[in-house]
Design a protein around this ligand. Structure first.
Ligand code: DX5
Ligand code: ZN
Length: 204
């Protein structure tokens, strides 16, 4: 299992948090972007994200919690991300999955806790990753919703990577560790004093 660290919640500055993640063995940096429409919160200053992440040594795992991803994808492709994930609940996800793939970026679909996992069957030809949301999107530091793990066995694991996002810590990871390819962890890592130690706890 790989670990993708989210810096939505942090202690001092975003810059310092990103620097500290870079110094760990994390596999990816998970970049949460919110538009104030799909979710209430808004943090979509893309120039700032590009400035902060343009020299990233770690592959980027971008999670767009936005209603209309087109311009976000167009702008963020300059960062050469490993994945761009959009939300399944927006209008016409297929258009954006095709857009992501046209840039040779791996495409992900995030599935909110109340969304039927069978929705992925409409997009299988354009999908590389399914991101199971284990909290309602919009903020870090929420409690893991265990019921969502039932969805994992409905995903064709031979075709798609499975990631889980929200409320992952050294206890909740035990529920999913054997069943996912990637786990996203935010506050468990970034609200601690020793990021590397927290990562080790997720992996052992
Ligand atoms: C939730 C975000 C998550 C979140 C993870 O809206 O998509 O990536 O930041 O943070 P924790 O691990 O604190 O739930
Ligand atoms: Zn996320």
């Amino acid at each position: 299992m790989k670990v993708s660290v989210s810096f939505l919640k942090y202690q001092n500055s975003k810059e310092e948090t990103i620097k500290k993640i870079m110094a760990t063995h994390a596999d990816y940096i998970h970049v949460d972007i919110m538009d104030g429409l799909f979710v209430e919160a808004k943090n979509d200053d893309l120039d700032e994200f590009i400035h902060l992440l343009k020299d990233s040594k770690k592959p980027l795992d971008i999670h767009l919690m936005v209603a209309s991803p087109k311009e976000y994808i167009d702008k963020l492709k300059i960062l050469n991300p490993e994945f761009i994930t959009i939300q399944a609940e927006i209008l016409n996800p297929l258009v954006y999955l095709k857009q992501i793939k046209s840039y040779n970026i791996r495409a992900g679909l995030a599935i909110n806790p109340d969304t039927d996992i069978n929705i992925i069957n409409n997009y299988l030809n354009y999908l590389d990753l399914v991101l199971i949301m284990s909290v309602y999107p919009g903020m870090g530091g929420q409690k893991f919703i265990p019921q969502v793990t039932k969805k994992i066995k409905m995903i064709p694991r031979d075709k798609l990577l499975v990631s889980i996002d929200g409320g992952i810590n050294d206890e909740t990871i035990k529920i999913v560790r054997d069943d996912v390819d990637i786990c996203v962890s935010g506050s468990f890592v970034c609200m601690s004093e020793d990021y590397e130690k927290q990562l080790e706890k997720l992996l052992t």
